[in-house]
Design a protein around this ligand. Structure first.
Ligand code: 13P
Length: 253
């Protein structure tokens, strides 16, 4: 079974609601009717409502960049799954390397969020990836494998099917340095092997695994044509309609 490509934009902490609305309108005009590929954009919390209204009825799906592991209560500054759903969100990025490194989110905490997202019928986009030091020490496979195992911990196969994995080598994020298509594909294959061991080979074959880290309109064709790369999680190049649309319309070889 061929896996459908998912091209996702992580807008990070960029754009006011007004600016986000402009970009969303440009994207609707450029790619809003494409159904051959799944498209998701994740603006900031404060732009969700405005962007949701713009993309309603198009093929573009709405994502959030983070979510609380709790339902409600005394968690100042946090946003719950129900609040995201109320804002029109279907996907949520969890465990991004910036959350892991700057905000000290660990695998147990991220796993709790993945479980919460699944319980609420949101699609969790679980981010994993090694640092440059870990790669240079030959530990990339074990670090990423461990993040995958811990991210899926305690999740039954039927629910785990809805998880999307994003492999984002930390050294490639926002640096202009991209993993070579061969290296990225090898890591995606490794993630698939870990999932096959955790669940089953059928499960691993169907899993959607995105690549993220300086993907742009120039290198997307090569990366997205690799057999184990099922899409992209794009930061910088997702902030301009032209480059993001070009990635969505990558040339299939
Ligand atoms: P860049 O595409 O800017 O490298 O960011 C990648 C990323 O972190 C997406 O989540």
């Amino acid at each position: 079974m061929a896996r459908k490509k998912l091209i996702a934009g992580n807008w990070k902490m960029n754009k006011t609601a007004v600016e986000a609305e402009v970009l969303a309108k440009e994207l609707v005009a450029a790619v809003g009717k494409i159904t051959e590929r799944d498209i998701m954009i994740a603006p900031t919390f404060t732009s969700l409502a405005a962007v949701s209204a713009v993309i309603k009825g198009t093929s573009i799906k709405l994502g959030a960049q983070n979510m609380s592991s709790e339902d409600s209560g005394a968690f100042t500054g946090e946003i719950s799954a129900d609040m995201l759903i109320g804002a029109g969100v279907s996907h949520v990025i969890l465990g991004h390397s910036e959350r892991r490194s700057i905000f000290k989110e660990d695998d147990t905490f991220i796993n709790k969020k993945v479980k919460k997202a699944l319980a609420k019928n949101l699609v969790p986009v679980l981010c994993v990836g090694e640092t440059l030091a870990e790669r240079e020490a030959g530990k990339a496979d074990s670090i990423v494998g461990d993040q995958v195992v811990k991210g899926y911990a305690g999740i039954p196969e039927a629910d785990a099917k809805r998880v999307v994995v994003a492999y984002e080598p930390v050294w490639a994020i926002g640096t202009g340095k991209t993993a070579t298509p061969a290296d990225a594909d090898a890591m995606h294959k490794h993630i698939r092997d870990v999932l096959a061991k955790t669940y089953s080979s059928t499960f691993a074959e169907a899993a959607i695994i995105l690549y993220g880290g300086s993907m742009n309109d120039k290198n997307a064709d090569e990366l997205l044509n690799m057999p184990n790369i099922d899409g992209g999680l794009i930061g910088g190049a997702a902030l301009k309609a032209e480059s993001f649309a070009r990635i969505i319309n990558y040339t299939k070889k």
